[in-house]
Write a new protein. Sequence first.
Length: 422
Amino acid sequence: MNLENSYVSLRKASEVLSLQTAAKKNAALKKAAEALDLHREEIITANKLDVEAARAKGTSESLVDRLSLNNDRITGIIESLGVVISQTDPIGEEVAGWKTPNGLEIRQGRVPLGVVAIIYESRPNVTVDAFALAYKSGNAVLLRGSASAYNSNKAIVKIIKDALASAEDGVPDAIELVEVDGSSHDDVNAILTAVGKIDVVLPRGGKKLIQNVVSNARIPVIETGSGVCHLFVDESADLDKAVLIAENAKIQRPGVCNAVECILVHKNIAEKFIPLLEKKFAGRVVFHADEKCFELLSACASDKTKVVKATDADYGNEYLDYECCIKTVDSVEDAVSYINSHNTKHSESIITESRENARLFQNTVDASCVYVNASTRFTDGGEFGFGAEIGISTQKLHVRGPMGIKALTTTKYLIDGEGQIR
């Protein structure tokens, strides 16, 4: 694959898209949605090749789950596309406007970023999400998925490009997939150094991928962080509510970035809460426990439950599996201090009946999303009403949290005068 040719075609496509009306973009996106629906079996067949290869390599089932597609998940992807279609086109939106004393009319309007590159792992649904959000916001997108999902991604991108080509005003060159074979990452390095050819790159995956992009990119980066998320069970927590939320946040899909990796328990309720948690988890999770939690879990654990003593390396670790740290803390302030020194600024939650502690936690925890009495699993573009997401930004500049359509735009000033000079 000649990336230089792709840069040129993507730039031309972005220029065409930037001038298109919402109606034209929506019509093309609708064609893509219809094509994905029509070619479900083709997608599932390609995905099975990736899943079989992953299992043959010994990939954990939680990560295989991230890779897997089925009819229900394809339906979810198509529905997400529908939500994106229904959303207001942000391009051309006037963010602000005013008139200066000398009569200049100044307007601040929303415009596309241009050419966006996404470097991501597994999860072929990201292929459709990234395309839909980029296209609707007038951007061309270069997709560099992992070798583990290449068959799935290749099938999906071909279906989308064919659909765009069949649309009356579709722009098929607005999406390109990098060919990967798993033996080289030279293409990643080329993307990261494509100054003037790619306007922004977004990494979406594990810690190693993100660090590589952030450390080596010479083009702007929007950092979508790995997910070392915490759940803090406060002294005043409703313990029945707490165990249900903990189960959902850890076990529902442990291989995703918004699953919790550490449960913090106030020392005053640890003796009551930990037996409830052990019973609810029923041996489904390996606990990496501090001294107090190890003692309590060992006293109540069934034969199915596995408990090991936590090491320093366990704290701040993203397991992406049926494993979890569990640790006692002395207070809400202690919990906040621990979280801020071990998290990745993604999603954190407190379970509490104290309004004061809830607000203290939300105001002092440094993360893109901070919950009270809810699972961190809701950190998701679809759950936030965006239809899809380009990623979860954990940085503080430009955008933070789940990234919808507006996250792929910037602004420029449009100034009208009548001959003014300075």
